[in-house]
Design a protein around this ligand. Structure first.
Ligand code: PEP
Ligand code: MN
Length: 344
């Protein structure tokens, strides 16, 4: 159990000290996370009773897990994460699209041009690939990073790419705009701390077997390292069902919305496992209130070296975008406009 204590905006250090002293004098342990956010392992009723009457205390509430900085109440207005010229978490639903893996210059540049022309806001481009088998294609690594940087220059699209290893964070920081932490690494705490310290925007995927609160505590590692530019991503969880790859948990989108101020996007591709299912799931995600989608797309999916069956063809992108428009509207949002300078 964690109790969150939120102080009023503009509370000075002396008034913060008063709160800490009051709790300490009552034998209630507490930790301060920022100028206005504290937490305590003591029950909310006890903390509330001890702090009663202090005007700088805006709110005392019980959290479902230990994630004070990620908690919705810590930033009631919601966090907006900048990715290139786009804001994730604002009124617009954003689209990130690109190949699962960078395979060649031709493949990446052709796919990236189609992603830009379709009006998406960012390019996904995996260069370090986490593969279940050690014999599968592992990505082009540093060479792929150079191609990703070239695609970024050519299209003007910001690039999202997965980091697997603490040793690659610095290398990647020079070539990509957002570091993805994949489903397998959501609880790799040294990696979370290192990526948190990088200051780069982060796309943190929920694990296939990670609860909503465990995901929020993983995000807390990034926030605790001083990095507040964090976007969560629901990509499907492991269930008893064998008819598809993962169960896309859209309920989680609504629960994340209740529990955190961080934006939430959805990856329909890895849940679907097959391209025919990707657009319906993407539309469902937008209608459920996701801040965006990240979709795998390839200029020649039949030859893709990674996740071929689930890759949309670049020719499918206009249908995806056309479907997302009314789906976003159903959730009271709109599809983001193509960022200025990235059209052409
Ligand atoms: C990916 O984005 O290509 C990927 C490996 O996704 P996940 O971490 O969700 O499996
Ligand atoms: Mn993939």
């Amino acid at each position: 159990m964690t109790t969150l204590i939120v102080l009023r905006d503009g509370t000075d250090e002396e008034r913060l000290g008063e709160v800490v002293d009051r709790l300490r004098d009552a034998g209630v342990p507490c930790r301060s996370h920022s100028a206005t956010v504290l937490s305590s392992p003591s029950p909310a009723a006890r903390v509330g009773a001890v702090l009663a009457g202090l005007p700088q205390v805006a709110q005392v509430s019980a959290l479902s897990g230990d994630y004070p900085l990620a908690a919705r109440q810590s930033a009631a207005e919601g966090t907006r994460v900048r990715l290139g010229r786009t804001l994730i978490g604002g009124p617009d639903v954003v689209v990130i699209a690109g190949p699962c893996a960078v395979e060649s210059r031709d493949q990446l540049l052709t796919t990236a041009a189609a992603v830009r022309d379709a009006g998406a806001q960012a390019l996904r481009a995996g260069v370090f690939k986490p593969r279940t088998s050690p014999y599968s294609f592992q990505g082009l690594g540093a060479d792929g990073l150079k191609l990703a940087a070239e695609a970024r220059r050519e299209t003007g699209l910001p690039v999202v790419s997965e980091v697997l290893d603490v040793r690659d964070v610095e290398l990647m920081a020079g070539s990509v705009d957002m570091l993805q932490i994949g489903a397998r690494n959501v609880q790799n705490y040294p990696l979370l701390r290192e990526v948190g310290a990088s200051g780069l925007p982060v796309l943190l995927k929920r694990g296939a077997g990670t609860t909503i609160d465990e995901t929020l505590m993983a995000a807390e590692y990034l926030l605790d390292a001083g990095n507040h530019q964090v976007v969560l991503c629901e990509r499907g969880i492991r269930s008893f069902e064998t008819g598809y790859r993962f169960s896309l948990d859209l309920t989680a989108v609504t629960v994340f919305r209740e529990r955190t101020h961080l934006p939430v996007i959805v990856d329909p591709s890895h849940a679907a496992g097959r391209r025919s299912r990707v657009i319906p799931l993407a539309l469902a995600a937008a209608a459920a209130g996701a801040d965006g989608v990240i979709v795998e797309v390839h200029c020649d999916p039949e030859t893709a070296r990674c996740d071929a069956e689930q890759a949309l063809h670049v020719a499918d992108l206009p249908a995806l975008m056309a479907g997302l428009r009314p789906a976003a509207a159903a959730a009271g949002r709109q599809l983001a406009a193509t960022p200025a300078g990235a059209s052409g």
